[in-house]
Design a protein around this ligand. Structure first.
Ligand SMILES: [Zn+2]
Length: 135
């Protein structure tokens, strides 16, 4: 006969590991190329995909924050002006805090919901809903 402890051990080891739930959100990093008077964010569409946001929305935010213009070109964002990688990454962090992470539970499992003319951040993890500032 097996001991109670052994049975318990086996029961626990068969449980699915839910280590994800305690993990902190990994902030994605922009890969930057400086080309003359322009700055290229090489992995721009990839960043938007990780954040599950439209590249156009992230683009609008970044360009406004950097007070410049730019355009999407095959997955890259070409930004007018020279910007350091840490400056761009700081802006992406701001974007994530405002438009991706849930203010209540801090999870990134959120999506945009449009109601009338207003935009809300809806959290799929805890169900909370917050109105968002228009860019
Ligand atoms: Zn939440």
């Amino acid at each position: 006969m097996e001991s109670y402890e052994k049975l318990l051990d086996r029961a626990y080891s068969n449980l699915p590991k839910n280590s994800e739930t305690g993990e902190r959100f990994q902030m994605p990093k922009a890969q930057i190329l400086n080309a003359g008077a322009r700055t290229i964010i090489v992995n721009f569409t990839e960043l938007a995909n990780i954040l599950r946001r439209e590249p156009q929305h992230l683009q609008k935010f970044l360009l406004k924050e950097l007070a410049t213009s730019g355009e999407l070109q095959g997955g890259r964002l070409i930004v007018q002006g020279r910007f350091r990688a840490d400056v761009i990454n700081k802006k992406i962090e701001l974007y994530v805090k405002e438009y991706v992470l849930c203010p209540d539970c801090g999870k990134p499992d959120t999506k945009f919901v449009k109601e009338d003319r207003y935009l809300f951040l809806k959290c799929e993890a805890c169900g909370s809903k917050h109105s968002l500032r228009k860019i």
